[in-house]
Design a protein around this ligand. Sequence first.
Ligand code: SF4
Length: 386
Amino acid sequence: MLDARLWKPLPPPGGADAAGTAASPDADATRVQCRLCSHYCIIAGGGTGRCGVRVNRPDVPGPDESKPGAAGSNAPDPTAPVKAAPVGRLFTLVGDNVAAVNLDPVEKKPLFHFMPGTLTYSFGTMGCNLACSFCQNWSLSRPPAEEGVVRGQRVTPAKLVAEARASGAASVSFTYSEPTIFFELMTDTADAARAAGLATIMVSNGFQSPECLAELEHRIDAANIDLKAFTEHFYATQCGARLKPVLHTLRTIARMGWWLEVTTLLIPGLNDNPDELRDMARFIRDELGPDVPWHLSRFHPAYRLTDRPPTPPATLERAWEIGRGEGLRFVYLGNMPGHPAESTHCPACGALFALREGFHTHLPASSRCARCGAVVPGVGWDTPEN
Ligand code: SF4
């Protein structure tokens, strides 16, 4: 259990914070507000946030690994006089442990236009701030919130980066569950990874708070963000979340200049309506850019959504046509091994540019199409080997 960052104490009963927000009469003086994600959980003393991995333990002494003076640090000042009344103090249960570690092809994130053909050292902790009915990683994401269980192996950022370097990875990926909720481990590892010459990748549901994104801006090189649907109803009923903050995250990342790719898991009857898909494609085209790759993934029944079949291939192909028809230059089908829409084609002349077989990419000779010379956008097409 380590000190958390990006939170603030809430005003005591009858008081008001610096912004003038008045406390309700029955407010708990130990309450804090977590500001990592757009839930902005208000957590009473002894309580836990919706993700299940951020806990408010008033006056519990613990190892303080926050950096004095660092942005986002809310750790108590050790030189301050001892307070008589208990105060809220937010800790993270996943600041120093990971539940899944693998060396993956970067294409598995999926990122098809970022350092293609390289390996990425990938890890995640338990927990998630969303509660998607169809979660494909539920054994990792749900136990903290549902059972109060957090498992993992003890790590440090330095150890993770040392392992990443020894493995031959070109990057470190924060992935598997939801990296927002292991913000402290992600940011410290990202700093160490960049210092060691490794790129950094975040695979996320995009529900970060603006404050969280600001902290990440200069720490992350590339991201794959889920756009799970294009209605508030879907996010509310299937994920316990909201669409609007996700759209804000996507716009912000596009503006910040990270390499960005977007993923949508197509679920029969829930988000595969052609009109909704068209709206989604137009949002990507108009607000993120037509060169942002869109991955359309095949759903398989999982977790609480077992009442419907896997996505029919024809549904995925229709969605692919909608995306291309709306002007997106790179639309891919996922969980469809061997499908031609896994490969990259030149957006100018249509020639095959990068053939993919599963997660293996046959790299092109350069970022230019061999037939017409058009440049295919991305990072790292022109590798030293080429
Ligand atoms: S990360 Fe999100 S869900 Fe978890 S405590 Fe903070 S605001 Fe709540």
